[in-house]
Design a protein. Sequence first.
Length: 264
Amino acid sequence: MPVAKLVVHGLSHHYPDEYTGESVHALADINFEVHEGEFVAVVGPSGCGKTTLLNILAGLLPYREGAAMVDGKKIRGPGPDRGVVFQEHAILPWRTVARNIGHGPELAGMPKAQRATRVQEFVDMVGLTGFEHRYPHELSGGMKQRCALARTLCADPVVMLMDEPFAAVDAQTRITLQEELNRIAMATRKTILFITHAVDEAAFLGDRCLVLSRRPGRLKDIVAIDIPRDRRIWKDMMNDATFIGARDKILRSVREEVSSDAAS
């Protein structure tokens, strides 16, 4: 029986519109589980509450309706059991690559020699070998995102939350980062929730894809993607019937929401 590391039950969220002051219903009765070692992607039309959901799970946004738990403990704020990789390169500009990656273990009081070994492991894993002593301004966008990913992995959270982390990079870099993240997911077996607006990306990376409806975001569909991770290489996926079927099913589900939103 798979172990549920992240559980969301009956989660709803309202917030006041900053212009009108009226209440906006962002999420409605969201229910799902993410199992240990599972990679779950989340897609939906613009404004459906994807980032609101992630911010609640990260502990950055308080909620009153429903429950969100990691390892059976209710989320009440940020915590070391969750690591977040944002779309923006949230790394410290005054720290080198190595010191950025080792920030979590340093705060946790890990001895320096042990920390150095651990940092080097993740430097090598994300392909930043040779750049350990560079500063963020000396890195490309893709390298900055690799650094942010390695920093999160090095802190060893129970669950990784990723909010459109590759949206700001060019198309070729994005493909490379997707393949690298797939390789890292295989190597670490981390439990990952990945927010994206790109259907291809969701189908390429996810073991399952959660499709949210238009606002208020409800869990409309769950699409299983039964492709072994060692086969997930972009040059092979374009002709893979399982990938194409999952991608097209996700796309149809999202487009139905966009079409109904435009018609209303």
